[in-house]
Design a protein around this ligand. Structure first.
Ligand code: ADP
Ligand code: MG
Length: 294
């Protein structure tokens, strides 16, 4: 390959709003046959909004929302932003929190008004904090998840205090982009840390049939390595801190321009439009550029 022709490719990439780390990237793009997509912030807008607040053995829905909103105020996660914004909208403000800590892809803990508040995925509350989940709350979560929502559990003083659900929306171009990936001969796959029902709802809406849900951040990279071990050449598109290792593991890491710095640093390409159609453009561009060179 002549370096000049490759640089023409990267110049065209810039016009399309695709930032390419180096000309060598186009080369690795050519053989890609599988494209792994993150859900939140990649296929969906990632601008989640609070939908329901279901208290359980706690003062009131406002108390539940207030304490959860305060605990989540230290997190940048889309779920956290939705909960804190929902609390501020309903209550005017949230209380101060201290001793904040978060576990990537699992949840947050913080001390609010003297209580240790936990907000996160149920499995994390059960396994890490030995919280017992009442059947009523399991049913609430099941119903919400069946509607494609993301449900998180809230606990303090060692007990479940309720469930909050948040909802996200598909980016308007995601379904068209999935069709373009298929037309390019790529197999699209959805890999997410979110629950299976929410993942399936998004997959159905954009035409993806291959879904892996409930994946921990470290395991996203393993999904990619497994595909590579089967002989696939894998592109991964993501935006979050939780996607960074997977983006670095993939043969071609593609970050959303709206994504976190760590995701962008771990990737080979960055999409300034934050739109999956740009990922299809990038793959087509790489193939065209390399065909011209041959
Ligand atoms: P995705 O793969 O869709 O980007 P993540 O790996 O970031 O999802 O998160 C997976 C799950 O972990 C969420 O669906 C949620 O249950 C839980 N979670 C992660 N961060 C938080 C948070 N700040 N507050 C509550 N729950 C969280
Ligand atoms: Mg994401």
């Amino acid at each position: 390959a002549t370096p000049t022709a490759l640089l023409v490719g990267t110049g065209r990439g810039a016009q399309l709003g695709i930032l390419i780390k180096g000309p060598q990237v186009l080369e690795s793009t050519r053989r890609v046959d599988t494209i792994v997509l993150d859900k939140t912030g990649t296929i969906t807008t990632g601008r989640m909004t609070l939908s329901t607040v279901v208290p359980y053995e706690c003062g009131s829905a406002d108390e539940l929302l207030g304490l959860a909103g305060a605990a989540e105020s230290g997190s940048e996660h889309p779920i956290a932003r939705a909960i804190t914004a929902g609390a501020v909208a309903k209550l005017g403000a949230v209380a101060a929190s201290s001793s904040f800590a978060s576990e990537q892809g699992l949840g947050v803990q913080a001390v609010v008004e003297g209580r240790q508040v936990l907000v996160g995925r149920p499995a994390w509350l059960i396994d890490r904090w030995q919280i017992v989940v009442p059947v009523e709350m399991q049913a609430v979560m099941g119903t919400a998840e069946g509607l494609g929502k993301t449900a998180v559990m809230v606990a303090w003083e060692g007990q479940v205090r309720g469930v909050l659900t948040v909802a996200d929306t598909l980016k308007p171009t995601s379904a068209a982009a999935v069709a373009r990936f298929r037309a390019l001969g790529l197999t699209p796959m959805l890999v997410t840390g979110d629950n299976a029902a929410a993942a399936q709802t998004v997959a159905d809406a954009c035409g993806i049939t291959d879904v892996t849900a409930g994946v921990l951040p470290a395991d996203k990279a393993r999904v990619i390595a497994d595909l590579q071990a089967q002989g696939h050449v894998v592109a991964m598109v993501g935006d979050g801190v939780n996607d960074a290792v997977a983006l670095a593991t993939a043969d071609l890491g593609i970050a959303m321009g709206s994504g976190t710095d760590v995701a962008i640093e771990a990737s080979d390409l960055t999409l300034m439009r934050s739109d999956l159609l740009a990922a299809a453009d990038a793959i087509r561009l790489a193939r065209r550029t390399l065909t011209t060179i041959k």
